[in-house]
Design a binder for this molecule. Structure first.
Ligand code: DX5
Ligand code: ZN
Length: 214
């Protein structure tokens, strides 16, 4: 079984409520919420007020991806704003073990995201505490970029580490996921697929979500 987490970053930002309503009625399992601070990544997206507003109108799991330096500063605030899953970047947190423990103590599922240049082997000492690893399959900061093929190799290596250190780990893939690569990713061992552009640039987003889920 794999989960689909459509990314709100690619939705029409003037009609986010409409997009959330559509996602609530879709086969999507989670809603992916990309927070960018203009420092960790060269872009700024959205934050607490929008997350709170989204929380009010959906019961779907809110999957928050923090592309923010020192994300430990904001753990409780994201929990209070409605996050169910909180993913921080390996590259952005100096005391990652402490940060992951704090996310879990705050009552959320804890994810660790890796930029394309960061090796999955760096996670061996943290895999037993993290609930999910998010493999970035593009450089973070923007939707609609081209999928990086080295991702398949990273998933394969993470699947081996998962068998050894954390059999129930979720492996999330984020960036350039679409109908052409989703089956390869699932077969490789991905359990959560994020899709922004593939869903929101389609004439029928509901149908694309259903196909990604099938
Ligand atoms: C990129 C974000 C992604 C993005 C994915 O920094 O983390 O979640 O929204 O968008 P697509 O699917 O268009 O690559
Ligand atoms: Zn993301």
């Amino acid at each position: 079984m794999h989960l689909i987490s459509p990314s709100l970053l690619s939705a029409d930002q003037g009609n986010v409520a409409q997009a959330v309503t559509m996602l609530s009625e879709s086969m999507a399992d989670w809603i992916h919420f990309d927070v960018m601070d203009g420092l960790f990544v060269p872009n700024i997206s959205f934050g607490f007020p929008l997350l709170q507003a989204v929380r009010k109108i959906t019961t779907k799991t809110l999957d928050v991806h923090l592309m923010v330096v020192e994300p430990e500063r904001y753990i409780e605030r994201f929990r209070d704003a409605g996050a169910d899953v909180l993913t921080v970047h390996y590259e952005a947190s100096r005391h990652l073990h402490r940060t992951i423990e704090a996310v879990k103590s705050a009552g959320m599922m804890a994810g660790v995201a890796l930029n394309p240049h960061t090796s999955v082997e760096l996670l061996v000492d943290i895999l037993s505490v993290a609930d999910m690893v998010l493999i970035m399959s593009v450089n973070p900061g923007f939707g609609g970029q081209k999928f990086i093929d080295q991702t398949y190799n990273k998933i394969e290596r993470l699947v081996n580490l998962k068998a050894k250190y954390r059999p129930d780990l979720l492996i999330q893939v984020d960036g350039g996921v679409d109908l052409s690569n989703k089956q390869i990713l699932i077969d490789a061992g991905a359990n959560v697929l994020v899709a922004g552009n593939a869903v929101f640039s389609a004439p029928n987003p509901l149908a694309v979500i259903a196909e990604l889920k099938s």
